[in-house]
Design a protein around this ligand. Structure first.
Ligand code: NAP
Ligand code: MG
Length: 503
């Protein structure tokens, strides 16, 4: 069997074709293990298992409070394997250990715990306004059915846990397709779910290629919802595929988040915050603060202080303590990022810091890029419009706040944005930004209790919080008439049926 087999209907097994692929450490190239590669036939088997598991009601038919108990055990199971999972995530994805601990394993744990807390709300039918007919009307929240979850490589365990915790809390069954770059921790999570008492078939995990295997999840008539996190291009394609059977879709897509530095901001905060916003996980975050907008008045001071502070950012092997920036996930991603850096110079931006591969023999076998700072960037340049997904910060000047807001809103994306400045002033500017999350004097802070998602081409729908949980439910309105006899029904305009009209 592969080192990391598929998980279908409660069992770990190889792909039906026997195909496998390798997963490697992006920092060193070292082999982590072989992974079973799910094909279309495996996707169909997983969908069939999820469909049976949904229809037999052993999970979907439980009270949400009963499901919540299982989810609490899942959170405990993640806690019990915290170090093992963090190490595996860091090696499989190249994320520095602190990121894997806090943003992957830590988030996975807190999402299951939070959804266990929210789930019981689903057991309470919502009262609706009084009925003019004297009927009793309530709104019930029911699971949608079989959900497909397709996740990216940058926050592998967190993204798997986001989608699974919400879908399961609401009573759905799931087929999860993790990204092939980083499949390992989602398969470990499957063990934890099984051991916590999630019934067979309720969760299925099938690493395999997006084209083919992932697409099958988007077109199969037995799948009721697709929840996708990834690039805008693939999200658009998935929505088209899902349209054939009118599946519900939630799309969490790309971003090009602007950080607006107001003139009343504390520059110590701005410099460290801007670097964290832009360089966290080597810039491979959908919410990366990749555009820094600074007024003419403070431009030179901000740039000089950023340049100086970037020398303190440590690039290195992800498992070594004190490292801030690890490698990119793959050769492909490295080529893309170096391509954008070249393009930035070609289009006339000034490459002030970095831009190349870091020196050091220990880094030679990995996909490392130096933290990079571009100045003299204008809003129309490619590096200010497209997602680079690397450790690259672009600095743009603005003349006044109107221009800052226009630049910030001037891309097709609208996932996140941020404002550095005096809180009331910054809050007012936040109100003008077209983005699903706006941070004021902070960055990259997500919570299972607060909604997250994109405006414009950054997505459709919201995840997290009660709003996110409701996104995994169907709303059912139940109308109970005031009377159980024919009298009193206004049908066909008759207020009272004639006595004895019917023999
Ligand atoms: P991606 O190329 O869109 O891939 C994401 C997932 O979709 C992977 O599992 C991939 O599978 C799968 N996929 C690819 N082609 C597919 C197809 N034709 N049909 C069905 N599934 C398909 O994105 P990525 O490069 O992994 O991740 C980076 C992107 O994700 C960035 O744009 C980033 O902004 C976005 N992102 C958004 C959020 C958010 O919450 N908004 C969070 C994180 C990342 P394989 O790779 O295995 O083929
Ligand atoms: Mg890997």
């Amino acid at each position: 069997m592969a080192d990391f087999p598929l998980f279908i209907d409660g069992e770990f097994r190889d792909a039906l074709s026997g195909a496998t692929f390798e997963t490697r450490d992006p920092a060193t190239g070292e082999l982590i293990g072989t992974v079973a590669e799910a094909g279309v036939d495996d996707a169909r088997a997983a969908i069939a298992a999820a469909r049976r598991a949904f229809d037999n009601g052993r999970w979907s038919g439980l009270a949400a409070t009963e499901r919540a108990e299982v989810l609490q055990r899942v959170a405990g199971g993640i806690a019990a394997r915290f170090d093992e999972l963090a190490q595996l995530e860091a090696r499989d994805s190249g994320s520095v250990l602190t990121k894997a601990q806090a943003a992957d394993v830590g988030q996975a744990m807190s999402w299951f715990a939070a959804m266990a807390e929210l789930a019981p709300l689903l057991d309470q039918p919502e009262a609706l306004p009084p009925s003019p007919f004297g009927s009793t009307n309530t709104l019930r929240r029911e699971p949608i059915g079989v959900c497909a979850a397709i996740t990216p490589w940058n926050f592998p365990l967190a993204m798997a846990a986001w989608k699974l915790s919400m879908a399961l809390a609401a009573g759905n069954t799931v087929v999860l397709k993790p990204a092939e770059q980083t499949p390992c921790t989602a398969l470990r999570l499957a063990e934890i779910l099984r051991d916590a008492g999630v019934p067979d078939g309720v969760v299925n995990v099938i690493p395999g290629p997006g084209p083919g295997t992932g697409e099958e999840l988007c077109i199969h008539p037995d799948v009721d919802k697709v929840s996708f996190t990834g690039s805008t291009a693939v999200g658009r394609h998935i929505m088209t595929l899902a349209a054939g059977t009118l599946k519900t879709v939630t799309l969490e897509l790309g971003g090009k988040s602007a950080q607006i530095v107001l003139d009343d901001a504390d520059l110590d905060l701005v410099i460290d915050g801007a670097l964290y916003a832009g360089l966290f996980h080597s810039g491979q975050a959908c919410t990366a603060g990749s555009r820094l907008l600074v007024s003419e008045a403070r431009h030179d001071e901000v740039v000089e202080r950023l340049r100086a502070r970037m020398a303190d950012v440590t690039v290195g092997l992800p498992l070594q303590p004190g490292v801030n920036v690890g490698p990119l996930v793959s050769q492909e991603q490295l080529d893309t990022v170096l391509g954008y850096i070249e393009l930035g110079e070609k289009e006339g931006a000034t490459l002030l810091v970095g831009g190349g591969r870091p020196a050091g023999a220990d880094l030679a076998g990995g996909f490392f890029v130096e933290p990079t700072l571009f100045t003299d960037v204008t809003a129309d340049m490619t590096i200010a419009q497209e997602e680079i997904f690397g450790p690259v910060i672009t600095v743009l000047r603005y003349r006044d706040e109107d221009e800052a807001v226009a630049i910030a809103n001037g891309t097709p994306y609208g996932l996140a944005a941020g404002v550095w400045g005096e809180p009331i002033h910054a809050g007012a500017v936040a109100g003008r930004l077209r983005a699903g999350t706006v941070w004021v004097n902070d960055w990259h802070m997500l919570s299972p209790m607060y909604p997250f998602g994109g405006f414009k081409q950054s997505g459709i729908g919201r995840e997290h919080g009660l709003m996110g949980l409701l996104g995994y439910t169907e709303a059912k309105h139940v109308h109970v008439a005031a009377t159980t006899t024919v009298e009193g029904h206004p049908w066909f305009g008759l207020t009272v049926a004639p006595q004895g009209a019917q023999a």
